[in-house]
Design a protein around this ligand. Structure first.
Ligand SMILES: [Zn+2]
Length: 412
């Protein structure tokens, strides 16, 4: 029998372990040291900030970031954030109302300069860590900041003067200065969709770079926050983006077990709202498959999701603005089978291969059952083909109305 050695008491074990895990953090003597300073956290807003840093530096993972990348990102963000369109029209109005760090507070308008904002961002990284403070609730790697953090500096976390909002009735959120630093870059990659902003959080994290790349491209082109190609609904935008991305790349591995959640929110002095929309993984796989294997068929299916079917020219307008039943059903994990058939024009909307993929991957239908159904279908067609023209339409109508194997039996 294997002998289990004497283990250490839990507190000793944790103490040693935590020191081992924290070796990457060297408290800066002067300035900051970005050696493995940032990590993916699993928190949508902090990870979005990290995505902005990576996209600006054109890098794929946090380990690749060096000091110059951070400097560059600070400079890039500060120049934009000092502009009125960003400061009052976007940061203050939608994400971080009255932000002191980003100087979006209207009272700071006259003192607001790129240099002053850059200085605020840098000083976050230089903040000393208080070893007696609670551990950061987001990364779990560092002690939280001693200065309280409210919704003016971190979206949707409540405000000063309402300590009952926070755990342990503490004044403000337990967040470390690094996570707080990262979240200041969120505005660069968020999409403005209607009256709110959208963050698409994913696993694998790498996928987030793909899905938010478009936002930073827009910022680089127009010096304004991305308006998500003028989409007014977050789910419509996501389906469009997924179609574009999966049609372009052959990276099935990226989508195979991906997890995507949309955070659609607004955080301002008038109110704080948040919708969380989770996209089921089989649905993602289906969209990836449809965009590549049968994009036209998929478009016809989507077009059936509006009460009034759009013409070819109207499709884009509908896609940008109106709620779609097919999208809604996919997200709610309800069947979209009826949309594969265009009853009015008596035709199939998509290829058999797409229907079969949907049935097996999303509905979880057995392959054999599927083959059986296909076989029955083929035999019906074979029989019908042999009928003289005058009996054909009658028999088809009978079959369409049939609810059981006997109700379609010929009456004479
Ligand atoms: Zn943290």
């Amino acid at each position: 029998m294997e002998k289990i050695g004497k283990e250490k008491p839990l507190d000793v074990f944790l103490k040693e372990g935590s020191q081992k895990n924290l070796h990457f953090y060297a408290p800066p003597e002067k300035g900051y040291n970005s050696t493995q300073l940032f990590h993916w956290t699993g928190h949508p807003f902090v990870d979005a900030g990290l995505v902005a840093l990576l996209l600006i530096a054109d890098k794929n993972s946090p380990e690749e970031l060096v000091d110059e990348d951070i400097e560059k990102a600070i400079e890039f963000a500060s120049k934009l954030y000092a502009r009125k369109e960003w400061s009052s029209g976007y940061i203050h109005a939608m994400i971080l109302p009255n932000s002191g760090i980003l100087m979006a507070n209207p009272s700071m308008a006259r003192k607001r300069t790129p240099e002053a904002i850059a200085q605020n961002l840098k000083s976050l990284l230089e903040e000393p860590e208080d070893p007696n403070a609670s551990i950061c609730e987001i990364c779990g790697r560092r002690h939280s900041r001693s200065k309280p953090v409210y919704r003016s500096d971190f979206p949707l976390v409540g405000t000063g003067g309402v300590p009952n909002y926070f755990p342990s009735a503490k004044d403000g959120l337990n967040v470390c200065s690094q996570c707080l630093f990262l979240v200041q870059f969120l505005p660069l990659v968020a999409y403005k969709v209607g009256r709110r902003v959208l963050v698409i959080h994913t696993y694998p994290y790498e996928l987030m770079l793909e899905l938010h790349g478009e936002a930073l491209n827009d910022v680089r082109k127009n010096f304004l926050a991305s308006n998500a190609m003028d989409f007014k609904r977050p789910e419509n935008f996501l389906f469009h983006l997924l179609g574009e991305l999966t049609g372009k790349t052959e990276r099935d591995d990226l989508w195979a077990n991906a997890s995507i959640t949309l955070y659609y929110f607004v955080n301002n002095n008038q109110g704080q709202e948040l919708d969380i929309i989770h996209v089921p993984t089989p649905v993602l796989r289906f969209i990836a498959h449809a965009s590549r294997e049968d994009p036209k068929g998929w478009k016809r299916i989507v077009a059936m999701g509006w009460r009034k079917k759009p013409s070819e020219e109207e499709f884009e307008k509908y896609e940008r603005s109106y709620a779609n039943e097919v999208y809604a059903k996919l997200l709610a994990e309800e069947s979209i089978l009826p949309y594969f058939i265009d009853m009015k024009n008596r035709r199939a909307n998509a290829k058999w291969s797409l229907l079969s993929f949907y049935c097996s991957e999303v509905l979880g239908l057995d392959r054999e059952a599927l083959e059986f159904i296909r076989d029955v279908g083929d035999r019906i067609v074979e029989t019908l083909e042999k009928l003289p023209d005058n009996q054909l339409s009658r028999r088809v109508r009978e079959l369409e109305r049939a609810r059981s194997s006997t109700s379609s039996r010929p009456s004479s």
